[in-house]
Write a protein that binds this ligand. Structure first.
Ligand code: GMT
Length: 375
């Protein structure tokens, strides 16, 4: 099959998932064409079945707002026509679904049919998408897609609640390559972070408001009073500065490290004991799943799709949004006893296997096949 994948090339979950999907499809012999404005961060290996098409918007003095969506639709048309794509799979509705609609109409005027599959990832519905600046276009272009998938049941239900969607939304959960994430910790790295054998807590995200990163700092401040521990923040974004300031105010900087954006998450997660995700909402929480796959216990909120992946009291704990004391107590419970911690970690790794790449990617292939047959 020749598949066009459109996504954000950044560290965000939707781009990561789309890239990992494309790589897995290429490994299975499909020809995959990534269409985006930058080389996706996780597209870091050579594969003869993978093509990358950069969307360029040439500057022009008139453009206070460069028309990316137009350039994207034109690039889609070029790739569909010149590489005889069988289908287009767009990740994150804005502006990918509407650009795909435009491309579909353009190639139809040339006698070509291209099925469009839209995968909804979260904030394209729950935050940005429902804003009235975007909502009519988002609803229209989702409805015009030949198939719609959502990364969790929660996101599917939220989408039905938010928009008038006339089609079935199929849930295909996000996935992780559990074999890749099952790594032995690098002892030297662990020693640098935790020289006296302290427990290691970790958070990774784009540090947007929705992640409530200050809750993590406050939880850690309570935990470290009982358990010798260190906290590593991975990633970067608008709320990082606030989190750093809070660390200084609480005088916990010596036990906290901000390591910035990292590509090799599997290496970093391998040294962690506990992953914290305090988000107000997560459609899925791919970062938590990757942590679980690396054998890291997870404490998260019970928001959005997180209860679909984590198991209360087994892979870690799920608490109400903002319940800093509940999350701290649960963290202490997991970390204070070696045997208990080991059990939580192994439960987390076992549960992640239910979302293994080899189980989920065939669901996308089956969906693609449906369109090829009926096209
Ligand atoms: O987490 C983010 O803010 C990034 C965002 C994205 O679109 O890249 O993540 C969303 O998609 C991920 C992949 O499907 C999900 O795992 C995240 O839960 C979801 N984020 C939110 O719903 C806030």
């Amino acid at each position: 099959m020749r598949i066009g994948i459109v996504c954000y090339p950044t560290f965000g979950g939707s781009g990561v998932l789309a890239t990992e999907l494309g790589k897995a499809l290429a490994d299975k012999g499909h020809q995959v064409h990534f269409i985006t404005y930058q080389q996706p961060v996780r597209l870091n290996e050579f594969n003869a079945n993978i093509f990358y098409h950069e969307v360029r918007v040439n500057p022009y003095p008139l453009f206070d707002y460069p028309p990316y969506e137009t350039a994207l639709a034109s690039t889609m048309v070029d790739v569909i026509v010149n590489h005889q794509l069988d289908l287009l799979h767009v990740h994150y509705a804005i502006p990918h679904a509407s650009a795909a609609y435009m491309a579909k109409k353009i190639v139809a005027s040339q006698g070509l049919h291209i099925p469009v599959i839209t995968t909804l990832h979260g904030t394209d519905i729950t935050l940005v998408g429902k804003d009235k600046t975007f909502a009519p276009v988002v609803a229209f272009s989702i409805n015009q897609s030949d198939a719609i998938t959502a990364v969790s049941e929660n996101l599917r239900d939220e989408t039905y609640r938010t928009f008038h969607i006339e089609k079935e939304i199929q849930v295909i959960h996000n996935f992780v390559d559990t074999r890749r994430f099952h790594k032995k910790p690098i002892d030297a790295f662990r020693k640098v972070i935790a020289p006296n054998g302290e427990r290691i807590l970790m958070h990774a995200s784009n540090f947007r408001k929705v992640k409530r990163v200050q809750d993590i700092v406050r939880i850690f401040e309570i935990v470290r009073k009982k358990i010798p521990s260190k906290l590593i923040f991975v990633g970067d974004g608008p709320e990082r500065a606030g989190a750093e300031i809070l660390c200084r105010q609480l005088d916990i900087c010596d036990d906290t490290r901000f390591v910035g954006k990292q590509e090799q998450m599997e290496e970093i997660l391998a040294v962690a004991d506990l992953f914290l995700l305090t988000s107000e909402y997560e459609s899925f929480g791919l970062a938590a799943l990757e942590a679980m796959a690396a054998g890291v216990a997870v404490i998260s909120t019970n928001a959005g799709g997180l209860p679909e992946i984590a198991i209360q009291g087994q892979t870690g704990f799920l608490d109400d949004v903002g319940d800093i004391h509940g999350m701290s107590e649960h963290a202490i419970k997991i970390l204070e006893d070696d045997a208990e911690l080991k059990q939580f970690k192994s439960n987390a790794a076992a549960q992640a296997k239910n979302f293994d790449i080899h189980k989920i990617v065939p669901e996308y292939e089956a969906l693609y096949n449906r369109f090829l047959v009926t096209a």
